[in-house]
Write a protein that binds this ligand. Structure first.
Ligand code: COA
Ligand code: AMP
Length: 642
């Protein structure tokens, strides 16, 4: 069946379509209703269905005869280690952790926070939680103790799992001190903290609370998969919102499992037994969905890569992994390939490897600039697919569905809506925008299976952030436009969220930190164009009267404060003083205009001489401080669309 027919069926005959897809996975009890709405009007998929996600990812695969097939390949250039686990071995490892958790009293519905690097144990831990019906919440290692504390207080975990360290290229990052600091700050205290010792960093277990991983796991102790409701949460994953408080995205078990299976086959074109590699981190949604759950639920082999696209040891590392493990589909963020291109513009490292196993390169997580897309295509000689999704959706909402039909690629577009997602572009009045006219990217409700049913213990915020802006629709927070052929082009966030090296961050959160500096009267943090990371945050601040501290010293302190409060992942490296910030009459800071000046895109000029002067001053400041003002082909395209 061709894409158009398939997609139209998924919208026109939604229930029959997703009932059929639900039959592709194995249920303990098939759902009584495919789609329902609760009293608040929120949609739920597969009510009455009973299943277990770990069963689907592990036990069911063994039952289907995949016991001897490799399920997981651990490839770690930062430690020089490699390991493989068959599905049978994976089950043994998962059961060891599940038994350990169970002994610590973890059962269905309990939360477990996982703050771990990219080691096989993190996969075992996630699956072990799923096996018990417990809800995991993985926190990305690049976040600070404070960020971890916020998540601990919100998720209220019974147990926290960590490791002695992570490894960033050659830098060893001790994790346990971060956990200890987070627990000092958090009001909620997990009963136990389990630490996986790694040879690169010693950890002393200081109290009754801490437990060594090897004393925690229990071998030869079979643990059955606990049946859960399709609507029970599998995990909570926190993501940046427009305030300092992250949003706890809830993922249910039933819709998620169906979406994982569906996307592997129809979007990525994978067959069971083939090798899939998502070069991301389990701390992000890409890692949850496409390192762990989807490949395993589909009976594929997944690669867990502990390294970076460059310097581990060189820009050929991705191609080595493709050749060595016969990867069919590689999925990463454009920034990874920009990093490779920067170090090896001619692609000489790629020539050292046979990458003929690769059928497609999928890119997501940030806008894919045309130059990078073209460079990747020439380098790898495979279709390069830009696709669009969010932590909220858990799987792509716009894609080129190569498993159904490879549609012509239009650089700059994430292609067409994925089955079940009725994507529309609305103007400021909430009316459908004309083709090629930019507006808000929304999804007519209901969302497809796998998308968030709500936020963790916060229906009100779910309603306010996603449903209230355009009644009857889910608001993605992104802007974009659709051409006459239905291709959607995402142009960027309409709010204060930025994407730094494919990592989603809140500038509002950074502003809170900058504003707390004793010398700062007021400030704005904006995301500006960066050649490597797509965007980077830059702070502009107005000094308090009478302060005469040197700007270099303030900048150093602000960088340190953001690093300490949010984490190194924020990549906050610049903060510059300004005499005033551009504002509306009502005093709202004109961040969008500041961004437009920095990125040299078009904006509506203010009418008064005074306002024009403020903007000119700002431009002069950016010139002097060498912040932004980089004219790019992409920005020029955006300007035309504005
Ligand atoms: N644990 C601890 N620290 C981490 C971390 C982790 N898991 N991940 C990142 N950091 C730190 C880095 O060490 C760096 O610290 P530094 O300021 O002391 O150098 C900082 O956070 C910023 O990291 P990053 O944004 O990754 O920048 P980088 O310069 O180290 O690497 C890239 C740049 C492009 C190579 C890298 O971002 C990359 O590989 N991106 C791939 C995209 C990706 O995985 N996206 C996820 C969604 S698909
Ligand atoms: P995250 O929730 O971390 O996956 O980030 C989601 C956000 O990343 C989206 O709202 C977009 O702003 C951005 N994004 C993801 N994929 C793309 C893409 N293909 N093109 C443009 N922006 C993207």
């Amino acid at each position: 069946m061709k894409y158009q027919e398939f997609y139209q069926e998924s919208i026109r005959d939604r229930i029959a379509f997703w009932e059929k897809q639900a039959r592709e996975i194995s249920w303990f009890q098939f759902p009584q209703t495919i789609l329902s709405q609760n009293d608040e009007g929120y949609y739920h998929w597969y009510k009455g269905g009973k299943l277990n996600t770990c069963y689907l990812a592990v036990d069911h695969q063994i039952m289907k005869g995949r016991g001897h097939q490799t399920a997981l390949i651990y490839d770690s250039p930062v430690t020089g280690q490699q390991a493989t686990f068959t599905y049978t071995e994976l089950k043994i490892e998962v059961e060891k952790v599940a038994a350990g958790l169970s002994r610590l009293g973890v059962s269905k519905g309990d939360r477990v926070i996982i703050y771990m690097p990219m080691v096989p144990e993190v996969v075992f831990a996630m699956l072990a939680c799923a096996r018990l019906g417990a809800i995991h919440s993985v926190v990305f290692g690049g976040f600070s103790a404070h960020e971890l504390a916020i998540r601990i207080d919100d998720a209220q975990p019974k147990v926290l799992l960590t490791a002695s360290c992570g490894i960033e290229i050659s830098k060893v990052i001790p994790y346990k001190p971060i956990v200890d600091a987070a627990l000092e700050e958090a009001a909620h205290q997990p009963e136990r903290v389990v630490v996986l010792p790694r040879p690169q960093a010693q950890t002393s277990l200081q109290s009754e609370r801490d437990l060594d991983w090897h004393d925690f796991t229990i071998a030869d102790h079979p643990i059955a998969c606990v049946p859960v409701d399709a609507t029970d949460p599998l995990y909570i994953l926190y993501t940046s919102g427009t305030t300092g408080r992250p949003k706890g995205i809830v993922r249910d078990n039933g819709g998620h499992a169906v979406a994982m299976k569906f996307s592997m086959q129809h979007i990525y074109g994978m067959q069971p037994g083939e090798v899939y590699w998502a070069a991301s981190d389990v701390g992000w949604v890409v890692g949850h969905s496409y390192i762990v759950y989807a490949p395993l639920i589909h009976g594929c082999t997944t690669v867990l890569f502990e390294g970076k696209p460059i310097k581990t040891p060189d820009p050929g590392t991705f191609f080595r992994v493709v050749e060595e493990h016969q990867v069919k589909v590689l999925f990463t963020a454009p920034t990874a390939f920009r990093a490779i291109k920067k170090e090896d513009p001619e692609g000489d490292f790629r020539k050292q490897y046979d990458t003929s196993s690769l059928n497609y390169l999928f890119l997501a997580g940030e806008r894919c600039d045309v130059a990078t897309l073209e460079w990747c295509k020439n380098l790898l000689n495979v279709p390069v697919i830009d696709h669009w999704w969010q932590t909220e959706s858990g799987s792509p909402m716009l894609a080129n569905p190569v498993g159904v039909e490879l549609l012509p690629i239009k650089p700059g577009s994430a292609t067409v809506p994925v089955c079940g997602y009725d994507i529309q572009i609305l103007d400021e009045q909430g009316q459908p925008a004309a083709p090629n006219t930019e507006g808000a990217v929304v999804v007519k409700l209901p969302l497809a299976p796998g998308a968030l049913p709500t936020l963790w213990l916060d229906d009100a915020r779910f309603q306010k952030s996603y449903l209230a802006p355009y009644p009857g629709y889910y608001f993605s927070g992104d802007g974009g436009y659709q051409d006459e052929e239905g291709y959607v082009f995402i142009t960027g966030r309409m709010d204060d969220i930025i994407n730094v090296a494919g990592h989603r961050l809140s500038t509002a959160e950074m502003e809170e930190v900058v504003a707390s500096h004793p010398a700062v009267a007021e400030c704005a943090v904006i995301g500006i164009y960066n050649e490597l990371k797509g965007q980077i945050p830059v702070g502009f601040y107005v000094l308090k009267k009478g302060v005469n501290q040197e700007k270099e010293a303030i900048e150093r302190e602000l960088i340190q404060m953001v690093r300490h409060t949010i984490g190194p992942v924020a990549s906050f490296k610049r903060a510059v003083p300004t005499l005033r910030l551009p504002k509306t009459r009502s005093g709202k800071i004109l961040r969008k205009i500041m961004r437009a000046i920095a990125d040299q895109t078009a904006f509506n000029s203010p009418s008064t001489i005074e306002d024009i002067t403020v903007l000119d001053e700002l431009k002069g400041l950016m010139q002097r401080e060498k912040v932004g003002l980089v004219a790019t082909e992409e920005n020029a395209i955006n300007t035309k669309k504005d």
